[in-house]
Ligand binder design. Structure first.
Ligand SMILES: C[S@@+](CC[C@H](N)C(=O)[O-])C[C@H]1O[C@@H](n2cnc3c(N)ncnc32)[C@H](O)[C@@H]1O
Length: 494
């Protein structure tokens, strides 16, 4: 049975929805922003597209102006991020499991639900345009179903729907996961990580922070800081640039187009770039763990797309060190090359599997500092990647943690006596963080864990609230305003 056919047959079963509604609905225009948002949801479903990469292309293709581009972004990112909550509300309103609604209709309903519950769209516009969208891009026979479900959703407030979710959930965790739009396994993993710090009570704050797009943060590479001044946002669209946030190399941007604002600084390409401040602190933990001696050899083992490499390169350039940046994907290695153009005299980029000797260079000379910013589940960057939470599965973890262990073993074999290795993940999942580090320490008695908390606290701008008793650092969106980066520092004995 085709998914569309299944839906059209069932559409009449919805309470309050009927063919009459479909026939009576006036023909109206659909705003181009809604079409772009819908197309993006399909890209994500059908092509496994990354929303943050596919959306700008869709916006360009549709020639949207700035206002419509903003609307398309809000619609698409909001519907993707809120998918878990909206699906539960759609199920309650439709009286049927979400899996029984065909994929296209589901996306029309998610966009409609987002407009009704989280945007200021007038209810009649949200419903009518969604019905028209359904006719245009999905199964026209189910237009009445869409009309009925969205009218039902529009009759209650967001808070009333959350109360219904709670009342009808299978358990308190099921209710919290649905209300905050997180897969249940992710919620459990985040709670475990917070509990290990004695901060389980922060779980709701964290889940809420995952649903708020972050303020745009940028780095200005050391060596060029003196060339940048704070600025206020103005009525003619200038972006406010402030030296705020926990990273000493970090800036925050508010207002219009951040890329234009960074370009307007007139610095060499790549010197001022968008970068999360947790990522900046992770790179600086390694570069500032101790003073740099001229001639040091540094390695960035998993460098793509090169955000941390650029910062390592700038720090190395000031201290007289040299960086080898390795990335297994040749396409991503090219991105590293572009990201490090301003410090190209200090950074050499190669492309190998980090488990192979080639990644470490032909001479077999060990490294004084190695960054292993390992491939991971990415559960620490959910606020930035609206669809990511629905892509990952708990079954992804064993292969990721195995790869993390293998990369670390290879890196340790090329670490100089007295050298320091930074293990970094953009995930707070304990299997990828403390468990990986504890196993590494067991396998390598020659390693000693350094006090990364003291290092990062010393580097950070302002006081950092770091909880728990581990020597590693776990940053959090709700507490530090950064992605949930994990940072451990390990020194090889002489
Ligand atoms: C978390 S990302 C690194 C982010 C980067 N450090 C930055 O700040 O821009 C992990 C990278 O590791 C790369 N990678 C995956 N498996 C690898 C391997 N076996 N050897 C080297 N790199 C690998 C991925 O392609 C990805 O670019």
């Amino acid at each position: 049975m085709s998914r569309d056919a299944g839906n059209s047959r069932r559409s009449g079963s919805h309470r309050g929805a009927g063919r009459g509604a479909r026939d009576r609905a006036p023909r109206i225009e659909i705003s181009p922003a809604r079409l772009v948002a819908y197309d993006l949801l399909r890209d994500v479903d059908d092509r496994d597209a990354y929303a943050n990469l596919a959306l700008p292309a869709r916006i360009r293709e549709a020639h949207l102006d700035g206002r419509d581009a903003g609307l398309a972004t809000e619609l698409a990112a909001g519907a993707l991020r809120g998918r878990g909550r909206y699906d539960r509300i759609i199920e309650l309103a439709a009286g049927r499991p979400i899996g029984e609604i065909d994929g296209r209709t589901r996306n029309v309903l998610r966009l409609g639900a987002h407009q009704l519950l989280s945007m200021r769209t007038a209810a009649h516009a949200a419903v009518n345009e969604s019905v028209e969208l359904q006719r245009r891009v999905a199964n026209a026979n189910a237009a009445g179903f869409v009309n009925g479900v969205l009218r039902t959703i529009g009759r209650s407030t967001a808070a009333e729907w959350d109360d219904r979710i709670t009342a009808e959930a299978a358990s308190p965790d099921d209710a919290l996961a649905a209300r905050t739009s997180h897969p249940a396994w992710v919620l459990r993993a985040l709670r475990d990580a917070l509990r290990s710090e004695g901060r389980e009570t922060e779980l709701e704050a964290l889940l809420e922070a995952d649903n708020v797009p972050p303020r745009v943060s940028a780095v200005v590479l050391p060596g060029w800081h003196a060339d940048v001044r704070e600025s206020e946002s103005t009525s003619d669209g200038e972006v406010a640039l402030t030296a705020t946030g926990p990273s000493p190399t970090g800036w925050e941007l508010a207002g219009g187009d951040p890329l234009r604002a960074l370009a307007a600084l007139g610095l060499p390409d790549g010197v001022a770039r968008v970068q999360d401040q947790g990522s900046q602190l992770a790179a600086l933990a390694l570069t500032r763990v101790r003073p740099v001696a001229a001639g040091e050899r540094w390695l960035d083992l998993c460098a793509g797309p090169g955000g941390k490499t650029a910062l390592l390169g700038a720090e190395a350039r000031l201290g007289g060190a040299h960086v080898r940046a390795n990335e297994v994907s040749s396409h991503r290695a090219e991105l590293v090359r572009r990201a490090t153009e301003a410090v190209a005299d200090t950074v050499e980029v190669v492309s190998h599997d980090g488990r192979d000797d080639e990644a470490y260079g032909p001479r077999g000379v060990p490294y004084d500092r190695i960054l292993v910013d390992a491939p991971c589940s990415g559960l620490g960057a959910l606020r930035r990647r609206p669809e990511a939470r629905w892509r990952k599965q708990p079954t992804d973890l064993p292969s990721l943690t195995a790869l993390q262990g293998e990369l670390l073993d290879a890196a340790v074999a090329h670490l100089a006596p007295g050298g320091v290795l930074a293990y970094v993940t953009c995930s707070p999942h304990l299997a990828e963080t403390r468990v990986t580090v504890d196993r590494l320490l067991k396998r390598h008695p020659e390693l000693r864990e350094l006090d990364a908390r003291a290092v990062v606290s010393g580097v950070a701008r302002g006081e950092l609230d770091l909880a728990g008793s581990a020597r590693s650092v776990q940053l959090w969106p709700h507490r530090h305003g950064t992605d949930a980066m994990f940072i451990a520092l390990l020194e090889r004995g002489d």
